[in-house]
Every structure is written in structure tokens, then in C-alpha cells.
Design a protein around this ligand. Structure first.
Ligand code: TTP
Ligand code: MG
Length: 388
């Protein structure tokens, strides 16, 4: 039995603003832009503002209607990044096996460390107290026997929450959750489940694995079957153990347009670069995977003599690899990076430069502030579809 702890900061960007501007304390605070900003999107809101229905990813204009007396401010990404680093630097005090998940959350594998504490509650409390002491901010902590349950648990008593989900409570806890809480169930698969009258986790339990796989596909069907039973074997993967970060798409129809594939490559390069930077990694190798209509699959890789974490390098290398492939209609395309490290080993030619260009930094800040994909490079947009 494993002991996994998930920690997630409360209303993170808003909490940092309250920390730096105590006059905002206790007020409805909305981060993402001034009240009259026409295209702004809410990145987060204080819990006081959430009472009025304000949520992340909502247009500022809508938030202004819901919460007209709220305080609306644009974000300060560099500052959130700074506090994020402070928070993440605490986790190794608790466990050597830490998986940073985003700017304000992480998984800690606490298996074997339990006996250092009088109870799991005390363990969680200690982490919360350390974060509070170091940053002045509150976090919510969930403790359970796997990642899926630990993340649900940290959410359960938010904000400033602590919840230990014990094995005998799991079934009762899961039963009444909406199916969308199961990882992997997005809008599309949620609709499929609803169509069959499955709205809550308890509705899924009587369905067989085969039934679910027939409707959701083999992989997602199995995942949903397991998660509904509280089963999740995924290990906490510390940065140093991560092998690669990748993204792939299967097309509805086989694709034979190079410009289309190039555009898909650019989109995936941005996604991969984003994840790479968000987890504080650098990579040295870029790989592509191409599966043709006849299911023949090939991979091609190239390793550079320096590490990188920018979209341009990933895209450039991936495109170069794709250009060397003799193409026929493509069913699946993937991009991944590997040879990961946490520090930059810069190109000799770029020793003075930051490995992430200013443009990428600004794009990341905007995408973090709003939501990923808000801003993107032109090459990810559809172009004239020249044939191969
Ligand atoms: P979350 O942890 O999802 O949200 P939160 O910390 O603001 O609130 P909660 O107490 O519910 O955890 O995200 C962390 C930060 O990431 C959040 O403060 C702002 C940013 N973010 C966005 O910029 N856009 C988004 O759509 C979301 C969900 C988060
Ligand atoms: Mg949070």
C-alpha cells in the first residue's frame, strides 16, 4: 500500500496578490485583467469572488457582471513563478520522490515515511505549516493510497484543507462524484457516458470492462473502469526519472497534406515545450513518430549537443525529421523530447543567451495567465493545404 500526498495552493495567483497587497484581504479579487479589458480571461479569483460564481477561464466581462464590486487586476507572472519556486523547494524536505505537476501543485510519494509522523493527519499538517511559514500562503493537502485519490482528497476540503482518504472510505467517497471527475473523461466521453444514463461514478460500477471499452475505446475504457473503483497504479514520477515528454494525435482521416502535418507538428511542439518548461526541464533529444494508413509506424530522433526548452528548437528539429521521411497518408503524428535534465547545458554559441527566448517567455506568461493555447505562433494555424 502506497501513501501519496497531493498538495495544491489555494487560489494561488490571487493569494500571492493578497500577500503583497494586504488591502485586498477578504475582498473579491479577480486576476486576469482590468474590469474593462475587452478580451481578458480570469486566471483565478479569490474565494470571496468565487461566491459570486467567478471561475478560472471565464471572460473578464462575464466576471464583471457577476461580481461588479470585485477588484480586477492583471497578473504578475514573474512573481507567481518566484513564489512557486519557494513552494516547490519545500517538498524535498518531506520526500525524495516529488512530482511537480503545475505551478502550484505536486505529488509526494510518502510511502515509507509515515512512521516519522504520529498520524497521516500530522504529516499533512506539517507540510501545510511549512508552506505557511515559508511563504505566508495556505495550501490544501490530500493523502490517499494513489495519485488519483490524493488529488481528489486535496480538493475536498479546499481552501486550507486537509483530508486523509482511507481505504475503507474510498468506495463511499467515489460513488457520488460526477463522471467528469475521473481522469481522462473530457467533454466528449462525458457526453457518451451521459447518453447511456451514466452520470455518477456509482452508475459506472455495474458496467463491464468490455462495455466501457466498446463505448470509450480500449485505453480510456480501462482507465475509467479502474478509476471508478479507486484503482490507479501510476507512480509518482520525480523529474529526474521522467523519460520523455510527448504528444501525439490520431487523425480522423489519413492526412496527406504536408502543410497540414507541419501545422500539427507546430501545435504539438508548443504543447511539449510548454510542459517541458512548466516542469522545469530541459531536453536534448527530439523525436517524431509517424504512423501511416497501413499502420506501419516509424520513429526518428535527433540529439543535440546542448539542452533546450523552447518551442522553436522542438519544432525546427521535428520538422527537419519529418522532411526526411518519405511520406504517404499519415494516420498518427507525434512529437516528443527526451534526455531530460533540470538544468540548461547551453549551446556554446548561445552561452550568453537565455535558452527560452523572450517571445516564448511572454507567450508562456500569457498562456499561464489565461489558459494554454490563448496565444500561439502563426505556424500552428491552418494554411493553404498544399498536397504532398
Ligand atoms: P489552480 O490550482 O487550478 O487554481 P487556484 O490555485 O487558483 O485555486 P484552487 O484553490 O482551486 O486551487 O491553478 C493554479 C493557478 O494557475 C491559478 O491561481 C491561476 C493559474 N490558472 C490559470 O491561469 N488559468 C486557469 O484556467 C487555471 C485553472 C489556473
Ligand atoms: Mg491551486
Amino acid at each position: 500500500m502506497r501513501t501519496i500526498m497531493h498538495v495544491d495552493m489555494d487560489a494561488f495567483f490571487a493569494a500571492v496578490e493578497v500577500l503583497d497587497n494586504p488591502e485586498y484581504a477578504g475582498k473579491p479579487l479577480i486576476i486576469g485583467g482590468y474590469k474593462d479589458s475587452p478580451r481578458g480571461v480570469v486566471s483565478t479569483a479569490s474565494y470571496e469572488a468565487r461566491k459570486f460564481g467567478v471561475r478560472s477561464a471565464m471572460p473578464i466581462s462575464r466576471a464583471a457582471v457577476l461580481c461588479p464590486h470585485g477588484i480586477f487586476i492583471p497578473g504578475r507572472m514573474y512573481r507567481y513563478q518566484e513564489v512557486s519556486e519557494q513552494v516547490h523547494s519545500i517538498f524535498p524536505e518531506f520526500s525524495p520522490v516529488v512530482e511537480p505537476l503545475s505551478i502550484d501543485e505536486a505529488f509526494l510519494d510518502m510511502t515509507g515515511c509515515e512512521h516519522f509522523y504520529s498520524s497521516l493527519e500530522e504529516m499533512g499538517m506539517r507540510l501545510k505549516n511549512r508552506i505557511k511559514e515559508e511563504t505566508g500562503l495556505t495550501a490544501s493537502v490530500g493523502i490517499a493510497s494513489n495519485k488519483f485519490l490524493a488529488k481528489l482528497a486535496s480538493d475536498w476540503r479546499k481552501p486550507d484543507g486537509l483530508f486523509v482518504l482511507r481505504p475503507h472510505q474510498v468506495q463511499g467517497f467515489l460513488r457520488d462524484l460526477p463522471v467528469s471527475k475521473l481522469w481522462g473523461v473530457g467533454k466528449k466521453s462525458e457526453a457518451v457516458l451521459h447518453e447511456h444514463g451514466l452520470h455518477y461514478v456509482r452508475d459506472i460500477l455495474p458496467r463491464s470492462l468490455t462495455w466501457l471499452q466498446e463505448r470509450l475505446g480500449a485505453a480510456l475504457g480501462l482507465q475509467v473502469y479502474n478509476l471508478a473503483r479507486g484503482l490507479d497504479e501510476r507512480p509518482v514520477t520525480p523529474m529526474r526519472d521522467a523519460q520523455s515528454i510527448g504528444h501525439e494525435i490520431t487523425f480522423d482521416e489519413d492526412q496527406d497534406s504536408f502543410s497540414f502535418l507541419r501545422q500539427q507538428l507546430a501545435r504539438m511542439a508548443e504543447k511539449v515545450g510548454w510542459r517541458l518548461r512548466n516542469q522545469g526541464f530541459y531536453a536534448r533529444t527530439v523525436s517524431i513518430k509517424v504512423r501511416f494508413g497501413d499502420f506501419k509506424t516509424l520513429t526518428r530522433s535527433h540529439t543535440l549537443d546542448y539542452s533546450f526548452n523552447d518551442d522553436d528548437t522542438i519544432f525546427g528539429e521535428a520538422l527537419h525529421l519529418l522532411q526526411q521521411v518519405k511520406l504517404k497518408p499519415v494516420r498518427l503524428l507525434g512529437v516528443s523530447v527526451s534526455n531530460l535534465s533540470t538544468g540548461a547545458q547551453l549551446s556554446l554559441f548561445a552561452a550568453e543567451e537565455s535558452p527560452v527566448s523572450k517571445v516564448t517567455e511572454v507567450m508562456d506568461a500569457i498562456n499561464r495567465k489565461y489558459s494554454r493555447g490563448t496565444i500561439t505562433k502563426g505556424r500552428t494555424l491552418p494554411q493553404d493545404r498544399g498536397e504532398l
